[in-house]
Design a protein around this ligand. Structure first.
Ligand code: TXA
Ligand code: MG
Length: 336
């Protein structure tokens, strides 16, 4: 057993927070049964208290501690096919689950991550861990231990796993009254879920005044610069023509194909998200490129519109939330 994992598990069991890698993004973990530790998560992230947390398990037997009633056949087939992996399922909660975990809801979000360090840490701690993404509320999620360090410094011990392979948060799914609804788009696409449960999946409408998933009310994942999504490369080329007359700290966050098609003037800072033909590369690069722009003097970033099939749905969801056109952050998060 890796001595870092032993140390991290000790910290968790004494009520401290520990950041750890998952295949999606780094999580900021606490023991699921320690209310003071969970409150520390909300404080350190500047997270609204009505935004519930995901409980991470390492073994299927741990589900019984957390849920009420039987596991439905549809959930069972998703668990058998996709766990461990980037799919969070919403269950009716066991009465013993703390209200601090669920933001007072009568449901609980659960996933079994696929990263070996995450699974070993949960095993060594001996109980499930609650973990939101390891970033201050509203900032891009950490996809490398270095990002966690930049966000929280020595305040939080972090297990080092290098880059996350997926790079975007898990898909959040609820199946209620036989109606499967995606509450948060992620790397597991609607088609992936439909292939398993053989039932059409609905995508939640986040303009609904009473959203099913509280986290979807907030603007998210935003770099410090103003981010805008161009409808096509022609629009970006005309922005670049304008730039040549009036230069300003401009950045471009684009696919390789779009970069190659443009005539980009000297002085514009360009970051590649990867090739359009490999959407998993685009998702893996998204947060790290946004964070990299935070280290430059760029004040305005233009990105592009991606195809929304498969994982593209999650890519466009993240870009749209990071762009200026979406809902404002609540006051308490703005100050972070
Ligand atoms: O990939 C991930 O899911 C990462 C890694 C660390 O596992 N975690 C993550 O957690 O993204 P967080 O806290 O940043 O996002 C959790 C999302 C929020 O949108 C929250 O509102 C939703 O899950 N959620 C949690 N419990 C819920 C519930 N009972 N009902 C509906 N939505 C819930
Ligand atoms: Mg998050």
């Amino acid at each position: 057993m890796n001595s870092d994992i032993k140390h991290a598990a000790q910290l968790l069991n004494q009520g401290d927070l520990v950041a750890f890698p998952t295949e999606t993004v780094y999580g900021l973990g606490a023991c699921f049964d320690n209310p003071e530790a969970i409150r520390k998560i909300y404080t350190i992230k500047g997270r609204p208290s009505n935004n519930p947390l995901i409980v991470h398990i390492s073994h299927i037997d741990q589900l019984q501690l957390l849920i009420a009633g039987e596991i439905s056949d549809q959930y069972q087939s998703l668990i058998d096919t996709i766990w461990p992996g980037p799919l969070t399922l919403i269950f009716p909660k066991n009465p013993s689950v703390l209200p601090e975990v669920t933001g007072g809801l009568d449901t609980v979000a659960i996933r079994m991550p696929r990263h070996p360090l995450a699974l070993e840490l949960i095993e060594e701690t001996g109980k499930p861990l609650v973990a939101p993404s390891a970033n201050p509320s509203g900032k891009p999620s950490a996809t490398h231990n270095q990002h966690v360090y930049e966000y929280f410094g020595d305040e939080v011990y972090c297990l080092k796993g290098g880059f996350c392979t997926v790079g975007l948060e898990s898909t959040v799914l609820i199946i209620k009254n036989n109606l499967p609804t995606i509450l948060r788009a992620g790397v597991i696409s609607p088609q992936d879920i439909e292939n398993v449960i053989k039932t059409p999946v609905v995508i939640a409408d986040h303009t609904d005044p009473t959203p099913l998933s509280p986290g979807m009310m907030y603007r998210h994942y935003a770099p410090e610069a103003k981010l805008q999504i161009a409808k096509d490369p022609t629009q970006i080329q005309s922005i670049l023509t304008e730039y040549q007359h009036h230069p300003y700290p401009l950045g471009l966050l684009l696919s390789d194909e779009t970069i190659q098609s443009l005539d980009i003037p000297f002085g514009v800072q360009v970051k590649s998200l990867g090739s359009q033909s490999r959407p998993t590369e685009i998702s893996r690069n998204m947060y790290q490129t946004m964070i990299a722009f935070d280290h430059t003097d760029v004040e305005h970033i233009w990105t592009e519109t991606f195809d929304t099939s498969g994982i593209g749905l999650a890519i466009m969801d993240k870009l749209t939330r990071a762009s200026d056109s979406t809902t404002e952050l609540p006051e308490q998060s703005k100050s972070k």
